[in-house]
Write a protein that binds this ligand. Structure first.
Ligand SMILES: [Zn+2]
Length: 434
C-alpha cells in the first residue's frame, strides 16, 4: 500500500510546477519574435517554407495556451482557425518541435430533468449553464406545445452533448432527445446523427420494389377483309361458317366450311378479288365449282354453279363475273356456297370480307393481357433503436429531478502536455475525463 502511494506521487510532484496559461496573442507580435522571447529561435530553421505561410496566419487577439514550468516553456498551442493549431513542444535535450495538428475537443453527454417553475428558460440556464438549450427546446416542441401554457408540475427531461476543450465548453450544446410532460401528456423528440428530427421512436421509410402484375390493353384493327368483296351483289346469308352444324340432307352433324348465300338460279357470281383460276369444273358434292388463287395463301371457292364462265389458268379481276348461281351437286336448292381457304385450311370468309361490299371494313377489337413490370413504392414504419433507448432513459430520468447545478468538470491543468503530445495518449486521457 505504501509503495503504491510512493509510485503515484513521483510523477505528480514532477508536474505540479507546470502551469497552463490562457493568453491572448498581442497585435504586432510575429511568430519569430515569439520564439525569441521563449529562447526557442533555433526552432525556426526546422519549419518548412510552406508551414511558415501558416504561421503568418496567426491572428492578433487569438486565445492561445502555454504550458510553463518555472519560466521554461514546455508547450504552446496556437489556433489556426477552428480546426487546426500550431503546437510547439519542448522535448528536453532533443530541443523544440514544431507541428500543425488538429485541435482536439472532448464531448460530454449530459442528462437533466426538472419540474417547471416560473420561467423554464432561467431554470435550464441554471441547470446547464446554457441559454441556447431553452431556445432550441421551445423550437423543437413549438408545433405541438405552446410553451406559454406550461404549468408548474410539468416536467422536462433532456439528454444533450457539449463539446469542450481545455476545461471549457466549446460551441453550443446539441440536444439528442427530450421529453416534455405537460397537461398529462408526454411529448418526445429525438434528433439523429444526421440532424433529422423525429417525434416518435419509429420512422416511416419508403422503398420501391419491382413487381409483375397483369396488364390488360385493347387493340383495334381493321380486319384483313380489305382483301375481299362479297361474291354476290345483294348478299343474303342463309348459313354461316361452322365447325359443326346440322346437315339438312345428311341428317347428321357436319362442319360447314363456307358461307351459303341465298341466290336465284342465274345470279352472277363475282370474284372476291384479283386472282388466277386454279380450278373450273366438277367437284363431288359441290357440283360445278370455280377455285381462284388470290395470292398470299388465300384461295376462294364458288360451288353449286349452274354455269361456269371462266377457265382454269385464267386471270380474273376483282368483281368479275366468274359463273352463275345454281343447284348442282349436293344441294337443296339454288344458292352459292362460298368457301375461303388460307394455306389450304378453311377459314370463316366473313372475317375477311368487306361488309356488303360497302368498303366499310370490319374492325376487330382485341383484349391482350400481359405480365408487366411495375416499380411499386411501399411504405413501412421502422423502429429507431437509439430513439427507443433515449425515450426509456428520459422516462426514468423525468421521475428523479436534477437538483445540482451542473458545472464543467475541473480541468486537470497539468494534463495539457500529456493530453496533446500524441493522439493515442490524448484519446485515453479524454476518455477518463469525459
Ligand atoms: Zn354450303
Amino acid at each position: 500500500m505504501i509503495r503504491m502511494i510512493v509510485l503515484l506521487l513521483i510523477p505528480l510532484t514532477l508536474l505540479f510546477g507546470a502551469q497552463v496559461e490562457q493568453k491572448i496573442w498581442p497585435a504586432g507580435l510575429t511568430f519569430p519574435a515569439y520564439l525569441k522571447e521563449q529562447n526557442a529561435s533555433g526552432l525556426l530553421q526546422t519549419i518548412s517554407a510552406q508551414d511558415m505561410e501558416y504561421v503568418t496566419e496567426i491572428q492578433a487577439g487569438e486565445i492561445y495556451y502555454e504550458l510553463c514550468d518555472h519560466g521554461q516553456l514546455l508547450q504552446t498551442l496556437i489556433p489556426l482557425g477552428k480546426e487546426m493549431q500550431i503546437e510547439i513542444v519542448n522535448r528536453g535535450e532533443r530541443g523544440y518541435r514544431f507541428d500543425i495538428v488538429p485541435i482536439r475537443f472532448h464531448q460530454i453527454k449530459k442528462e437533466v430533468s426538472f419540474a417547471v417553475k416560473k420561467g423554464y428558460a432561467a431554470q435550464i440556464k441554471h441547470l446547464t449553464g446554457s441559454t441556447y438549450l431553452g431556445f432550441i427546446l421551445e423550437q423543437l416542441f413549438q408545433k405541438r406545445v405552446n410553451f406559454r401554457t406550461l404549468q408548474p408540475q410539468d416536467r422536462f427531461a433532456l439528454i444533450y452533448t457539449q463539446k469542450g476543450r481545455l476545461g471549457k465548453p466549446s460551441g453550443h450544446p446539441k440536444i439528442i432527445s427530450a421529453l416534455l410532460k405537460t397537461h398529462g401528456k408526454e411529448y418526445f423528440v429525438y434528433i439523429d446523427t444526421k440532424g433529422d428530427v423525429h417525434f416518435d421512436t419509429h420512422k416511416a421509410v419508403t422503398f420501391t420494389r419491382i413487381e409483375k402484375r397483369p396488364f390488360t390493353y385493347t387493340t383495334v384493327r381493321k380486319a384483313p377483309s380489305a382483301r375481299f368483296r362479297m361474291p354476290v351483289d345483294h348478299p343474303r346469308i342463309t348459313s354461316h361458317f361452322s365447325y359443326r352444324r346440322w346437315h339438312p340432307i345428311l341428317h347428321k352433324y357436319r362442319p360447314h366450311f363456307g358461307v351459303d348465300f341465298g341466290a336465284r338460279r342465274g345470279t352472277p357470281l363475282r370474284a372476291v378479288n384479283d386472282g388466277r383460276v386454279i380450278y373450273a369444273g366438277w367437284m363431288r358434292g359441290y357440283g360445278k365449282v370455280v377455285r381462284i388463287n388470290h395470292g398470299g395463301g388465300f384461295v376462294s371457292l364458288y360451288a353449286h354453279q349452274s354455269k361456269i364462265l371462266v377457265k382454269t389458268g385464267q386471270h380474273v379481276k376483282r368483281g368479275q363475273v366468274i359463273g352463275r348461281a345454281g343447284s348442282t351437286g349436293r344441294s337443296t336448292g339454288p344458292h352459292l356456297h362460298f368457301g375461303l381457304y388460307f394455306k389450304g385450311r378453311p377459314i370463316d370468309p366473313l372475317r375477311y370480307i368487306a361488309h356488303k361490299g360497302t368498303g366499310k371494313f370490319r374492325t376487330i377489337v382485341e383484349k391482350h393481357t400481359i405480365m408487366k413490370k411495375y416499380s411499386i413504392t411501399h411504405q413501412k414504419r421502422i423502429e429507431i433503436p437509439e430513439a427507443k433507448h433515449a425515450r426509456n432513459r428520459l422516462k426514468s430520468l423525468i421521475k428523479q429531478l436534477t437538483t445540482e447545478t451542473w458545472k464543467w468538470p475541473r480541468y486537470k491543468r497539468n494534463l495539457i502536455y500529456i493530453n496533446e503530445i500524441t493522439e493515442k495518449k490524448t484519446a485515453r486521457t479524454e476518455d477518463r475525463r469525459g
